[in-house]
Write a protein that binds this ligand. Structure first.
Ligand code: SF4
Length: 419
């Protein structure tokens, strides 16, 4: 890893106040020409974390004047993947020793961890079912715009932030209540489906239903309904609070036992195991579901899967991708709200690899010490990651030297026997 020396340049033509540090986004450098500073958000973040007042401003020219000058600029350069040169820089007013010390220290600490790196990306946190529902909701909202027909997308919508923003712009609402639905309105059922009661209520109110239920969730709902029709008991291996758990269980009132650990299979009561079936809730990984199936089968050997052909591999593929990316990295960055359940789950998959994991809610959360002696960084997004955060992190890290990007995504391919 090559590290760049920090130069001090006396600059005129830019006003820097006492007690502030100015971080440039661009610098007109006499040696290199125009330098961009993609790492500016990193430099700004570490200065603000130390309580410094920071302002962003471009430095159109930084020739070293022979006489009076307006700022001391501390600057290190590093090569970029495209052959250009970038700068890591910060400036303070002449005679402001405290700010100058802070500016130099910030540039030095980021220059010390500059160098060529690989960023291994774990791909989108959104599955095909969620993306299909996002697209169906957006299309419904576009078609209804200006017609007086309100579009209601049932919550939790489980869609990317950018889709939620687009829906809001188009006048659609994301809601868990149908109280405001008028005749002629449109109700969009999201990927995890709707309970039987919600569907009935939407129809009773005269709404048109746009059904974006994921086919795999729909298959699980049908299996639950079929099980109830036959008078059978169904063990739903799933998360009690998950939206699709409720929509599946609603198809067989009183006939479903929800189990989320092997130990809880002790609560299952069935006289005849041939009258018992199970299904793994779409959204739960097969790896989490399998030990529960084993525990269930130890008590009911004849228990069968209610949907043997309609398995959702997306959660397992995502978990495997994150584990694999983390395993191939020296540091794993997980983007998103640290308190969000999905962020905690992603961190768990990454930690299983033994790799160091850092949750990043914003670019300023990245600290120089995290990158010391790190050549390969893994990056995974939680569904709670704000719009554009991944691009901001990639952009900022690119300002520390050549950054090559690689994407890894594990997918399970289904095929028919003999094909
Ligand atoms: S069933 Fe699978 S693909 Fe469908 S919405 Fe759920 S996680 Fe996504």
């Amino acid at each position: 890893m090559s590290r760049s020396a920090v130069r001090e340049i006396q600059v005129s033509g830019i006003r820097v106040h006492r007690d502030e540090v100015v971080v440039p986004a661009q610098i007109g450098d006499a040696v290199h020409g125009l330098l961009t500073c993609p790492a500016a958000p990193l430099v700004t973040g570490s200065l603000r974390a130390k309580g410094r007042t920071v302002r962003l401003a471009d430095f159109p020219r930084c020739d070293d004047p022979s006489g009076d000058f307006d700022a001391r600029l501390y600057l290190a350069t590093c090569p970029q993947q495209d052959g250009t040169t970038a700068a890591i820089a910060a400036a303070a007013a002449p005679g402001d020793a405290l700010s100058a010390t802070a500016a130099r220290a910030a540039v030095e600490e980021w220059a010390a961890v500059s160098g060529s790196r690989t960023l291994l990306l774990a791909g989108s946190p959104w599955c095909s079912g969620a993306m299909h529902a996002a697209s169906a909701a957006t299309q419904a909202a576009s078609e209804c715009r200006g017609t007086g027909r309100q579009v209601h997308v049932l919550a939790p919508a489980a869609i990317p932030d950018e889709t939620a923003i687009a829906l809001d712009d188009l006048g659609a609402v994301i809601t868990s209540s149908l109280a405001e639905v008028d005749p002629g309105d449109v109700v969009v059922v999201p990927a995890h489906g709707a309970t039987a009661e919600m569907r009935a209520e939407a129809i009773r109110r005269g709404a048109t239903i746009v059904d974006a239920t994921c086919p795999l969730v729909a298959a699980a709902q049908t299996a639950a309904s079929r099980s109830a029709d036959r008078g059978q008991q169904l063990v739903l291996i799933g998360q009690p609070g998950h939206a699709s758990t409720a929509t599946i269980a609603s198809q067989a009132p009183g006939g479903v036992t929800i189990v989320d650990t092997p130990a809880k299979t002790a609560a299952v009561r069935a006289g005849d195991s041939r009258q018992l079936s199970y299904l793994i809730q779409p959204g739960v990984t097969l790896e989490a579901g399998a030990p529960i199936v084993t525990a269930l089968r130890s008590r009911y050997p004849a228990v069968r899967s209610a949907v043997p052909a309609d398995v959702c591999y997306a959660p397992s593929d995502r978990a495997g991708t994150i584990y694999s990316v983390a395993l191939g990295s020296e540091l794993m960055l997980v983007l998103g709200d640290p308190q969000a359940p999905d962020t905690k789950q992603v961190c768990g998959y990454a930690r299983d690899s033994g790799t160091r994991v850092q949750t990043i809610a914003g670019v300023p959360d990245i600290r120089p010490a995290m990158l010391t002696s790190v050549d390969t960084i893994g990056l995974a997004e939680s569904t709670s990651a704000p719009v554009g955060l991944a691009a901001q992190v990639i952009g900022a890290l690119s300002g520390l030297g050549r950054l090559s990007l690689a994407r890894r995504r594990l997918t399970t391919e289904k095929s028919t026997v003999g094909v």
